[in-house]
Design a binder for this molecule. Structure first.
Ligand code: A2P
Length: 279
């Protein structure tokens, strides 16, 4: 008997590649936890998996992909590399090392994890990504945690990422970046979509909308993100929450509900700053 799974819709990256709107984040899973959670998630219908060199779990993620039994071409794998690889040759080395750990022969989306402006080599790293795209080792290329000024340096060099993955949730709306992404055709990814420590999930604006829909607060936050066409990859190792986080595509937030969620943005002095933080 074949089990019916509901898949998330996809967006189209600027180079025509389809990327699922909703996927699994894998930080902070170790290899063992990643292997079984990735296999479980794919079984539930997840087709996008997000990892990074820095998470130290690419081996487990690759194992989970193989255990799932779903053909590679039906899955979308994102990974990211660290600051030591910020050069043309370094990007290639980082890519080859990730492929080896993952046990795969291509990556769907490879990102520069943090700009690390102190070493000022992210433009070179992006030139390296462009070469990997030409070589067919990756299907799409992008950045993570790039602020407007970092993106501008790429634009000035004639480079435009397909995707920029940033911290984004109702408490961190990131309107400045979303406007630039829209103008340049860059797709957006949202990391830490459920907010640090989950205090946001108790916000009365969010819980009252959740109650009205008979959904959880997490589903309302995730729906607010994907309804904007923003890709997101919540992490959960819990099978019930894994299923819940994918069940976003059979309800819609009204304009008034979106407007109410849009008012929640606020300054966050603890937010990681890509001008000073990076690895
Ligand atoms: P768990 O793995 O036990 O489910 P983020 O991706 O925003 O960083 O969120 C990850 C955190 O949110 C993890 O602690 C995860 O815990 C928790 N989480 C994931 N999904 C849900 C959910 N649907 N409701 C509440 N908490 C969740």
């Amino acid at each position: 008997m074949t089990q019916q799974t509901t898949l998330a819709p996809t967006i189209t990256l600027p180079n025509g590649v389809a990327m699922p709107l909703l996927g699994l984040g894998t930080w902070p899973m170790n290899d063992q936890e990643a292997a079984h959670t990735v296999a479980d998630a794919i079984g539930l219908g997840y087709r996008l998996i997000d990892t990074a060199e820095n998470y130290g779990n690419e081996t487990g993620v690759g194992e989970g992909i193989r255990r799932s039994g779903v053909p590679r071409d039906q899955l979308f794998l994102t990974t990211k590399f660290n600051r030591q690889w910020h050069s043309v040759a370094g990007a290639r080395e980082a890519c080859e090392a990730s492929l080896k750990r993952l046990g795969l022969d291509y990556i769907d989306l490879l990102l520069i994890h943090w700009p690390n402006p102190d070493q000022d080599r992210y433009v070179d790293a992006f030139h390296g990504l462009a070469k990997l795209l030409e070589a067919g080792l990756v299907r799409a290329i992008g950045t993570s945690n790039f602020k407007p000024q970092h993106l501008q340096r790429l634009f000035d060099a004639g480079l435009v990422p397909h995707h920029n993955q940033i911290q984004l949730d109702p408490y961190h709306r990131r309107d400045d970046l979303l406007a630039i992404h829209k103008e340049r055709g860059i797709s957006t990814g949202a990391w830490r979509p459920l907010g640090c420590g989950n205090a946001m999930l108790a916000d009365p604006v969010i819980t009252s909308i959740a109650e009205a829909h008979g959904r959880t607060a997490a589903q309302i936050v995730l729906r607010w993100i994907v309804q904007q066409g923003v890709v997101t990859t919540p992490k959960s190792a819990n099978p019930i929450r894994l299923a819940q986080n994918l069940a976003l595509f059979d309800f819609t937030l009204s304009d008034a509900e979106v407007a109410a969620l849009d008012t929640l943005d606020r300054p966050d002095p603890t937010m990681l700053d890509a001008d000073t933080f990076g690895h």
